[in-house]
Design a protein around this ligand. Sequence first.
Ligand code: IPM
Ligand code: MN
Length: 348
Amino acid sequence: PPILDLAVVAGDGIGTEVVEQGLLVLEQALHGTGTTVRTTDFDLGARRWHTTGQTLTDEDLAAIRTHHAILLGAIGDPTVPSGVLERGLLLKLRFALDHYVNLRPGKLFPGVRSPLANPGDVDFVVVREGTEGPYVGNGGAIRVGTPAEVANEVSVNTAFGVERVVRDAFARAAARPRKKLTLVHKHNVLVHAGHLWRRTVEAVNAEFPDVTVDYLHVDAATIFLVTDPARFDVIVTDNLFGDILTDLAAAITGGIGLAASANINPDRTAPSMFEPVHGSAPDIAGQGKADPTATVLSVAMLLDHVGLPDAARAVEGAVAADLAERGAAERVRSTAEVGKDLAARVAG
Ligand code: IPM
Ligand code: MN
């Protein structure tokens, strides 16, 4: 589009700091593409909740819907009870806007140190289902606080929901050189959902005969992510397993300071949302210490989504070059310095 209408939810803690740099790099990447960005800031997060008691109103949601995409920094603060902003804001956005593909790359850039001694060539992507599983809030508790308490969290898996994310994962695998898809679940214990996922993968495989499929139970997948992460190409999994595996994926590829993500609505019935995997990091907020790289890589995913792949590659290239030189740097740069350096590299 000639004008990219971007909803910005900077959020809490370091969210505002990293988003500022992400926008700087985005503007630079758009230079010469014929597209300019027009941002609308949404005041959402801990401050808004404290002053109004609101997390995300229908009006907020309607306004956000009018944009092409959303850039989100981080949500959460220790002064807000656990679950209020997560459920009422972040997950509400993902569910309401039908972000059923939560795309999280696990890529070890050259020059980045992994805690693994011999990680090999790590370059996979996790397709985490984003609208179902235990995240739907289908559960409840009785006799709370008594010795007889029962607390249930029900994982919801629909044929419709599983099939659409599995099909998306197959398409992504088919477009990659190795064409390999790994389903991660736990069908030896979670037999109902597990078998639905397994049958769905088997059925959709018929549409993508050149994609090789394998299966790992989630516990075994955590072993291989540490002992042989280079074996993975595309991983498809449910919402909760995907949440856990992508933190592990971030840890082995240089940490959450580098981990990007995209909450995608592939049908484009609502804007997709791009956010770093990390949280608001209240311990370092306001100190200019946060690494904006995860946000900048999320901006690259945004550019791909809105049909500007060349700009996306320019941003990725800038990050790759920056990361390659970090080992030799004599000091750690501030958030703003990293953003400025990345923008300068994008400018060429
Ligand atoms: C993430 C986060 C969220 C999730 C939380 C904050 C609700 O951990 O984006 O991975 O569990 O999805
Ligand atoms: Mn997480």
